[in-house]
Design a protein around this ligand. Sequence first.
Ligand code: KG4
Ligand code: ZN
Length: 368
Amino acid sequence: MKRNIQRSVRIGIMMAQKYKFASRMRLENTTILGIETSCDDTAAAVLKQGVLLSNITANQEVHQNFGGVVPELASRAHLQNIIPVVQEAIKQAGIRKSEIDAVAVTQGPGLMGSLLVGYSFAKSLSLSLGIPLINVHHMRAHILAHFIKKSPDDHGQPKFPFLCLTVSGGHTQIVKVNSPYEMEILGETKDDAAGEAFDKAAKIMGLPYPGGPLIDKYAKDGNPSAFTFGKPRVEGLDFSFSGLKTSFLYTLRKEVEKDPDFVEKNKKDISASIQSSIVDILMEKLEKASQEHGIQEIAIAGGVSANGGLREALRSRKESLGWTIHIPPMAYCTDNAAMIAMSGHFQFLKQDFSNLNAVAQARKPFTK
Ligand code: KG4
Ligand code: ZN
């Protein structure tokens, strides 16, 4: 048994190497299948020469009433969704499986049980089709989503070097992007991520998970100056959101003691106020990074980049600070497989293929 496993891994590697040699002549002309299962979205996409042919995501509603993602339920839902999602992505792309040049998959970071479903599936598919497997870093892929082309002559991508504020449910980082391969973290959160701050505030307000989009929705009709919450004092380009959450909790608790319906009556103003606090914290550090590094080419990425307040704050800096800004289309903000396929495309150009005995990594380092 053990020998058989080793043999199949060896065959897989040999096939990938053979392919590697044969494909050198047509590197740019590649068709990549991207697969993403790092958290609670099962996603697959097909990208040809950097142009998106299909992008399918199955969201998991099972977590809504638990106030957060339940890892066991997420893995189970991925297992149910993965085959239909991949089949649909291939169907909508209008290609045959034999036209796929490589399978790019999220190796990490993420929830181990979730990652394992997509990773094992991608590994088996690459082995059965005799094509390379590409290990993708989820957070780097969020940034590289900016390079997905709407059409072959779409040239609106950021110019290097640029700064990217990457804000999701698990991460908050300012990254200096020198090339698709060379990225440097300039600052990151010391505790909660920005998305987590949104979701925890929503939970305190009694809203279902994920609360970020709901706060965004209510904030549109609220007064951002109605309530003020404690601001963190963090050195350099790092962030902190845990103090804000505590200040938010205490403020609401005090008000609810006086009026049990306080949250319901004021949910628009509360939402607008907490959103504006989070956005201010993010923008203050992004401005500082831009000044310190002399870079005015600025992008945002990750789930929180869907936030109306953050998108507006970035747009206003275009005028006042002369920034060239890059805001991703909504479909590429939250988790998706188009960004995984895009990262796969760049890695394919460098022949950065995985060894078939590689494993998923819940804490995959940013540098690789
Ligand atoms: O990137 P993502 O889909 O998954 C992770 O990699 O974490 O980000 C999910 C996070 C959640 O915390 C969610 O509440 C937040 O992004 N989010 C938003 C909005 N849409 C998603 N937060 C604020 N406003 C939004 N419109
Ligand atoms: Zn993400």
